[in-house]
Design a protein around this ligand. Structure first.
Ligand SMILES: *[C@@H]1O[C@H](CO)[C@@H](O)[C@H](O)[C@H]1NC(C)=O
Length: 345
């Protein structure tokens, strides 16, 4: 009897050892399987997400021109690739501010104030302090050849300003052409470390209304106020195939203003780098696109769609009469006497 019980006991012990061994094996192999592939999967997924985020479209694709205002006069709040177009009424300022308040973000803002363009800095900065990312950390980077003409404007607590001295140019076209290269270099030398988002803005402008976190996105362009109801064949795109900025007459979404380029630092770097390279190729062939960097920006945005678009509320011109669809003017180019501020015609 005792002998029989021993056999049963030993069988149970052996069975127990085998079972716990199995459990251990299964446990370690699942935890191993859990960790390892999850790591691989994560990397793959990120790569995929990164490329999915890039809204590249092929050359020569034929589709209808998107409209900004529908036939019944209502504004269109979304582009045909499902990027929001920011208009008054499409966002709740209190809600969107409190969402972004939880993120510790810095918005770098570059302006180019060369030659007499330093005249515009005072109004630009003073009006920005009233309207531009109020309550968020902003770092202005002012490029100028006359640092002594940068006005002392009182900045709010979280707003900072750095003056970057650059050599003078004799042609405004050259000033315009060198902006992309300067932006590219500044991003590489500082902004990758110092900011989350960057906007490159024209200085000959003023803020009249809120410009806040509703404008933040991966890649942001502003619809030019002069062409938002123009058939694309009439956009002032570069139409000569010998320029890198060439766009065929049957293509185009919107005409974007060169006065505003924004987005994540990494994505704006890509814009600046690509446009600078295209500008260099044109320069080597003595070709200058119709509207210099603006033409190259339009080409970039046509094939690399912005993830967010700013309606003409965010880029107006003071001389333009008010229209029904634009309820609020937030940022607008001031009326200027070109002869008085440009070094040449
Ligand atoms: C927020 O960002 C600033 C500037 O990048 C940094 O100095 C500060 O330590 C950050 N604060 C927190 C709570 O992360």
């Amino acid at each position: 009897m005792a002998h029989h019980q021993n056999i049963v006991f030993m069988t149970l012990v052996v069975f127990g050892i085998v079972l716990s061994g199995l459990i251990y094996l299964v446990y370690t192999s699942t935890s191993h399987r859990y960790k390892q592939p999850r790591f691989c999967h994560k990397i793959k997924k990120e790569d995929q997400e990164n490329s999915l985020l890039h809204l590249q479209s092929p050359y020569g694709l034929s589709y209808k021109q998107p409209s900004v205002v529908s036939p019944d006069g209502k504004v269109v709040p979304v582009a045909p690739w499902l990027a929001p177009v920011v208009w008054e009424g499409t966002f709740d300022p209190t809600l969107i501010d409190s969402i972004y308040k939880q993120q510790n973000i810095t918005i770098a803002t570059t302006v180019f104030a060369l030659g007499k363009y330093t005249l515009f800095l005072k109004d630009f900065l003073e009006s920005a302090e009233q309207n531009y990312f109020v309550g968020f950390r902003v770092h202005y980077y002012v490029f100028t050849d006359h640092p002594e003409h940068v006005p002392a404007v009182k900045l709010s607590e979280e707003h900072h300003l750095t003056v970057l001295t650059v050599p003078s140019s004799n042609r405004w076209q050259d000033i315009s052409l060198s902006r992309m290269a300067r932006l590219e270099k500044l991003i590489e030398s500082r902004l990758f470390n110092e900011a989350d988002y960057v906007f490159s803005l024209d200085v000959d402008s003023k803020f009249y209304g809120r410009w806040g976190v509703e404008t933040l996105g991966r890649l942001v362009g502003a619809i030019h106020p002069g062409y938002y109801q123009t058939p694309r064949e009439q956009f002032p795109y570069e139409r000569r195939p010998e320029s890198q900025a060439f766009i065929p007459s049957a293509e185009g979404d919107y005409y974007y203003g060169g006065a505003v380029i924004g987005g994540l630092v990494k994505d704006v770097h890509e814009v600046a780098k690509t446009c600078r390279e295209q500008l260099d190729i044109d320069a080597s062939k003595s070709v200058e696109a119709a509207w210099q960097e603006e033409s190259h920006l339009n080409k970039y945005f046509l094939y690399n769609k912005p993830s967010k678009l700013l309606s003409p509320e965010y880029l107006w011109q003071d001389f333009k009469p008010h229209t029904n669809e634009v309820k609020i003017i937030r940022y607008s180019q001031v009326i200027k006497n070109y002869a008085a501020v440009r070094p040449n015609k």
